[in-house]
Design a protein around this ligand. Structure first.
Ligand SMILES: [Zn+2]
Length: 120
């Protein structure tokens, strides 16, 4: 979409050149049409610029949502590797940290890891 903005800008430049030529002529109707065309192209450029900004914002939002969906599975590389459960160590309780179980929603791969708060 951003590639359209230079095209529209060029069209406006051409319209300005034609408008200069029209100033030398005496055709009122031609001047009126050129003025309207300039206005329409300016509106189009503003609309494209706003759409481009909105698209960039939506891309960022989509990237954040994809990050939240899950982690990359070490087996199948899908973005569906999630924390399934977390249990405190049965013997050492808080000192022993938590045993976390991760499972992939795509291929079913499962892995456990000890998590000790404050160590990451
Ligand atoms: Zn997987």
């Amino acid at each position: 979409m951003s590639t359209l903005i230079p095209t529209v800008t060029h069209a406006i430049e051409l319209t300005n050149r034609l408008s200069e030529l029209c100033d030398k002529a005496t055709h009122d109707e031609l001047r009126m049409i050129m003025g309207e065309l300039k206005f329409q192209l300016a509106e189009l450029r503003m609309g494209l610029s706003e759409s481009f900004q909105e698209t960039e914002m939506l891309k960022l939002r989509l990237a954040r949502l994809e990050e939240q969906a899950g982690q990359i599975c070490p087996r199948c590389s899908e973005n569906s590797y999630r924390l399934e459960s977390s249990e405190r160590d049965k013997i050492f309780s808080e000192i022993g940290g938590c045993l976390r179980t991760f499972r992939c929603g795509s291929c079913g791969f499962s892995e456990q890891a000890v998590h000790i708060p404050g160590l990451g």
